[in-house]
Design a binder for this molecule. Sequence first.
Ligand SMILES: OC[C@@H]1[C@@H](O)[C@H](O)[C@@H](O)c2nc(CNc3ccccc3)cn21
Length: 447
Amino acid sequence: MTHKLQFPADFIWGVATSAYQIEGSPLADGAAPSNWHRFCRVPGAVLNGDTGDIACDHYRRWADDVKLMKELGLKAYRFSIAWSRILPNGQGKPNEKGLDFYRNLVDALVANDIEPFVTLHHWDLPIALDDLGGWANRDAAHWFADYAHLMFRTLEGRVQHWTTLNEPWVIMDAGYMHGVHPPGLRSLEKAPVAAHNLLRGHGLAVQAFRADGKGQIGLVVNLEPKYAASNGPEDAAALARAHAYMNRQFLDPVFLGAYPDELAEIFGHDWPRFPEDDLKLIREPIDFLGINYYTRSVVRSDPTAAPLCASPVAQTGAEHTEMKWEVFPAGLKSCLLWVKRRYGDIPLYITENGAAFADPEPKNGRLEDPRRVDYFRTHLRAAHEALQQGANLKGYFAWSLVDNFEWSCGFARRFGLVHVDYATQKRTPKDSASFYRQVIESNGEEI
Ligand SMILES: OC[C@@H]1[C@@H](O)[C@H](O)[C@@H](O)c2nc(CNc3ccccc3)cn21
């Protein structure tokens, strides 16, 4: 049964991808290796030893992929720029062929009335910078701001929506706390320093944009609402720590100018003292916030799970995706309304929302993915409820345009609206792509 939902007339409907996950050709035309190019080659780092060497071959097939986006009726396309194509050494002399790739992509999008939403950094750091300590090096903030400034000038007037970082929490948690992303560290000392430098880089890039950019700039964070496993005080305290660590760690400094108190408790003597001027820089005002939402988590107190001392409680009776993430649309609505209550009426975009399911192979040019259709339907309804309750929601980007390289899961998890046969690179729109096209054509009425 469809509902007649009214979204704002200027609501932006798009899809999202990221450079390392779809482009392939990581060393083409003067590009240098990224941290992910190297990390994929660490035995055991990525399922089945998959790499982004080919991925969806988008670096070569970009024109056809823009045609595909047009056929899907997309109004916007969120993608990221591979820093190591632009500045092979991370800083210094730009690589003109790298710049040309993104100039051509953006021009094709604009020519097809598809609004480009550009993410400057979606985890793929040039290895030259990784070798200098990556985000744990205080200079990383300046390397990033210089790269951002170069992109603002290069794409000036063609791109109106920029975001600095994709999910700094994942860079910090996966790369510096748990070692499952590059640089593969497990360091209570370096993790908060990396997080802080990511935020400093964000702030410096926003300052550079204010001086020399046109359009709007924001930040993209992943939010995962936390629910206590019981009404007991220990689980309430665990919830507060988990919520502060994942959801407030980056938004509190950006919007409130201070880190959550819980972080000093979590990191203990490893929690650094940050210069006040840093917090002032981080608080440089932004024009919008991107929220990536996939699931929620239910947490309990767990003294054995240092330093957070909070552990997830499996929701065995609920539906889950192939990522083992609970399908929980109500969490999207609560995220949107929580941001408004805590941080004010900042314009919001859902910059990622989607699901990996065990899709069948395409048959006669079709691929039935009813669970993904239902995931989008229930989450779009939740987004609409948040709108009705006052969320300042401006747009929605489905993750993802195409099946792609799912980081440490390699190609074993498929999130695409469009199926990719990696042996032939044939693209096949799934039923969810047809569903989404109808959503866009009706501006949300057909959900
Ligand atoms: O996992 C699906 C996508 C991924 O392909 C995107 O590159 C990335 O932006 C992304 N972020 C999340 C949600 N955040 C997250 C939370 C815990 C671990 C890893 C990601 C999901 N996804």
